[in-house]
Design a protein around this ligand. Sequence first.
Ligand SMILES: Nc1ncnc2c1ncn2[C@@H]1O[C@H](COP(=O)(O)OP(=O)(O)OP(=O)(O)O)[C@@H](O)[C@H]1O
Ligand SMILES: [Mg+2]
Length: 243
Amino acid sequence: MHLSLEALSKSFGTNRVIDNVTVDFGELRSLALIGPSGGGKSTLLRIIAGLEAPDSGGFALDGQHVGADEESLRAHRLHLGVVFQAYNLFPHLTALANITLPLEKVHGIAPSAAEEIAREALRRFALADHAHKKPAELSGGQKQRVAIARAIAIKPRLLLFDEPTSALDPEMTAEVLDVIEELKNEGRDFLLVTHEMGFARHVADRVAFLAQGRIIEHGPAGELFAAPQSRECRDFLARILRH
Ligand SMILES: Nc1ncnc2c1ncn2[C@@H]1O[C@H](COP(=O)(O)OP(=O)(O)OP(=O)(O)O)[C@@H](O)[C@H]1O
Ligand SMILES: [Mg+2]
């Protein structure tokens, strides 16, 4: 993908959360967004996901400018798969129905074809035996794998992950990170907000450090972690790596 942000700004009340960000990340397969809590990572991811409209400016994906009007956002959202920290599964629906519902209602796929796609996605993540279960009957790792299965079922051009493992214990974290790595090896493009620095370094081509609504620096993962250029990023990494 080619991702660029163009004078992008977003405020909540008087709080300027994304502060006039212009950056061209260039051609990349996977981008990790790191930075301190409250720095604007989730807001930026939601804007790129088309779930939040910027106040001004915009962004372009593969040279295509995405506007702030609802029609352009809706068209954009159709090609994305999004996975959040807290699963966002429909609690009253089975794992299977969580995947078929958007395929039918948003993508207009016939029920029988949607079920076939959903069963295949569940099989792929070793969830075939859990298809009939509701989220409350699944473990955290299983829920998150259902969320990932749902995200890839539509064959998105880009996957967006917002801290997909932060609600999980270490074993389940490893399970979900394995799945993400697998998707990367398959050649899927993704954008990942994460606190897992080791994983970001391992799996992302590029890393962007976002603090106080600005991209303070970005670069190839190996370089940024080995030799951060800004004091903010150096301090952030030192703080994180101390623990
Ligand atoms: N819907 C909202 N309404 C009001 N303020 C919001 C909203 N969403 C985010 N904010 C504020 O925007 C700022 C950035 O929040 P954001 O969630 O983007 O940060 P973050 O970098 O993802 O933090 P974390 O690492 O804790 O998830 C915070 O000050 C937050 O309180
Ligand atoms: Mg966040």
